[in-house]
Design a protein around this ligand. Structure first.
Ligand SMILES: [Zn+2]
Ligand SMILES: [Zn+2]
Length: 417
């Protein structure tokens, strides 16, 4: 039977609270900020590992198929072209866009591969009652890399590309398109199935965190930000989570400074990202550059309104809103404002969730460029604006990770004292 930690601190507001009742089928939320403290999956724990393991193996097979076969094939003016995902990465790499190549590789191939092989390495022995060497460290890596796996965003990018390409050529969806679709649902099912708390208990059965330390003077209780174990930290002393070996901090170190620096860097790069072309089309001796906004306007004018709205939201609204929210949070925390604490925490959770969707534009530009290479007729290239835009996406994601939402509530506690 799964045990649960009856005392926990909230990862979003820092409140120490006791979970007095754990619903068998439900979710426990923070009594102060509504953050999810504990989520239990629906399947019975004994069956869960076997079930998740089957999903992981299937997903790995699908990932291999998705990378071996082309995603899309196009036919235009007697030419036939096909693009695999790895071909897209190779295209970027050979066209001196190593940063974008690395980013596309990490978010679509590297992260899902590490995530799935890591889970296989941990779950396979657990299924037979054993623990693989370094299992906690591997699971820690899996949890870090999960936020960089963006298959659902890639799927949206592929669908947008199909619509855009069908104006230029005959588009034939290939086998990898369907396997990517399936893979996306499988990974979502795996993450939903996995009872992380239970798995941590199984791979680190002898961990004692709080008991041995809490009697020492000057200790503060906090949950490990990676494995969520309640640990005691002593101010000014470096300590590590006994379960996953992550460095423990009562609050993220230099959170405000790091977040401000990253948000400013993202804002500066946001200017070239919008002014420079993200896609360059060379056709019949003419060269035309498309910026993010001109691409959206073109789609709206040619009657693809739903697509124009999707791209407008993902590429223009999301980064702008995210930067505005980050600055709002930074300024209000800096001035120790007691204004709307719960709503500001919700805004923080929103910035964490939406940022990845801006990658859609990068995936569309890369796919179009990798496919349309008809020398002498039409060649599409990824513009330098896309590099700046990719950097904006990465920097805003890092800024959101650097921000510690508990700082919002710390000020209130000080006001009340
Ligand atoms: Zn909370
Ligand atoms: Zn930990």
């Amino acid at each position: 039977m799964t045990q649960f930690v009856p005392v926990t601190t909230c990862h979003d507001c820092g409140l120490l609270q006791k979970i007095s009742h754990m619903p068998e089928d439900g979710t426990v939320t923070c009594c102060r900020c509504d953050a999810t403290l504990r989520k239990r999956q629906r399947i019975k724990p004994a069956k869960s590992i076997e079930h998740t393991l089957a999903l992981v193996i299937t997903a790995l097979i699908l990932l291999v198929i998705s990378n071996v076969f082309p995603i899309l094939q196009i036919q235009a003016e007697g030419h036939e072209m096909a693009a695999t995902l790895f071909g897209c990465v190779k295209y970027l790499f050979t066209h001196k866009m190593q940063f974008l190549a690395g980013l596309v590789f990490l978010t679509t191939i590297g992260a899902p591969l590490i995530q799935l092989t890591g889970l296989l390495y941990i779950l396979l022995p657990v299924n037979f009652g054993r623990i693989s060497p370094y299992a906690p460290q591997v699971y820690r890596l899996v949890r870090i890399i999960t936020s960089w796996s963006m298959l659902e965003v890639l799927m949206l990018g592929i669908l947008v590309s199909v619509v855009k390409l069908s104006a230029l050529a005959t588009v034939v969806p290939s086998i990898a398109l369907w396997t990517f679709g399936l893979l996306m649902f499988l990974i979502a099912a795996i993450l939903n199935d996995l009872d992380t708390e239970m798995l941590w208990e199984q791979i680190t059965p002898k961990t004692q965190a709080v008991e041995e330390q809490k009697s020492k003077p000057g200790t503060q209780l906090t949950n490990c930000h990676n494995c969520n174990l309640l640990c005691a930290v002593i101010a000014g002393h470096e300590s590590f989570c006994p379960r996953c070996k992550t460095a423990l901090h009562f609050r993220k170190p230099n959170s405000l400074t790091r977040c401000t620096a990253l948000a400013i860097a993202a804002s500066v790069l946001y200017i070239p990202a919008n002014l420079l072309p993200v896609m360059v089309v060379r056709s019949m001796g003419q060269t035309e550059g498309d910026t993010i906004i001109s691409g959206v306007i073109y789609l709206a004018k040619t009657g693809d309104m739903p697509l124009a709205i999707i791209l407008f939201i993902a590429s223009i609204c999301v980064p702008t809103v995210k930067l505005l929210i980050l600055f709002l949070l930074l300024i209000t925390v800096y001035f120790k404002s007691p204004w709307r604490l719960r709503e500001r925490t919700r805004l923080y959770r929103l910035t964490e969730g939406i940022g990845r969707w801006s990658m859609v534009d990068i995936f569309v530009d890369t796919l179009m460029a990798a496919l349309i290479q008809i020398q002498g007729l039409m060649v599409i290239e990824v513009g330098v604006g896309a590099v700046a835009f990719g950097a904006v996406v990465v920097l805003t994601m890092l800024a959101a990770k650097a921000f510690d939402p508990r700082l919002i509530w710390d000020n209130m506690e000080r006001v009340n004292e």
